[in-house]
Ligand binder design. Structure first.
Ligand code: 2BA
Length: 109
């Protein structure tokens, strides 16, 4: 049994949850924040049998799109210097960052 954790764009989450539900996969949606952009994203947790992992990853891949975002970068200034400056950079985010982990035990009470 595996835990699939997918970090995705907020905008893709409702559609992905619908597609997972159509495939009879149970999922939990959590609000999360990216450590780099410090903006909202969505984390989806799905626990499935080992042989279902590839199917779930395909559904995630088909329903999560990459997006470009602009952020402001401020490189560290040299010590004792007033020369700090910021500039915009474009980063490509997602479609999905996916981790697959073993599940030792699964209980529902
Ligand atoms: P963020 O941390 O907000 O990162 C957003 C995007 O910024 C990343 O997209 C990447 O393109 C860029 N980025 C991140 N750290 C960077 C850095 N130190 N220098 C330059 N660019 C950087 P993704 O790689 O698609 O990641 C999307 C989100 O997935 C991340 O949002 C974070 O919430 C999560 N994530 C990605 N890798 C992770 C990891 N190894 N562990 C935990 N969460 C991760």
């Amino acid at each position: 049994m595996k835990l699939i954790t997918a970090i995705i764009h907020d905008e893709d989450s409702d559609n992905l949850l619908d597609k997972l539900s159509e495939g009879q996969y149970m999922a939990t949606k959590m609000s999360s924040t990216g450590g780099f952009l410090k903006s909202g994203n969505t984390t989806i947790m799905i626990v499935v049998e080992d042989e279902q992992v590839d199917s779930v990853i395909s559904i995630i891949k088909e329903n999560c799109n990459t997006k470009k975002e602009i952020t402001i970068a401020t490189p560290p200034a040299p010590p004792m210097s007033d020369n700090s400056f910021s500039y915009p950079i474009e980063v490509t985010v997602g479609g999905a960052t996916v981790f697959v982990m073993d599940v030792d035990r699964f209980y529902k009470f």
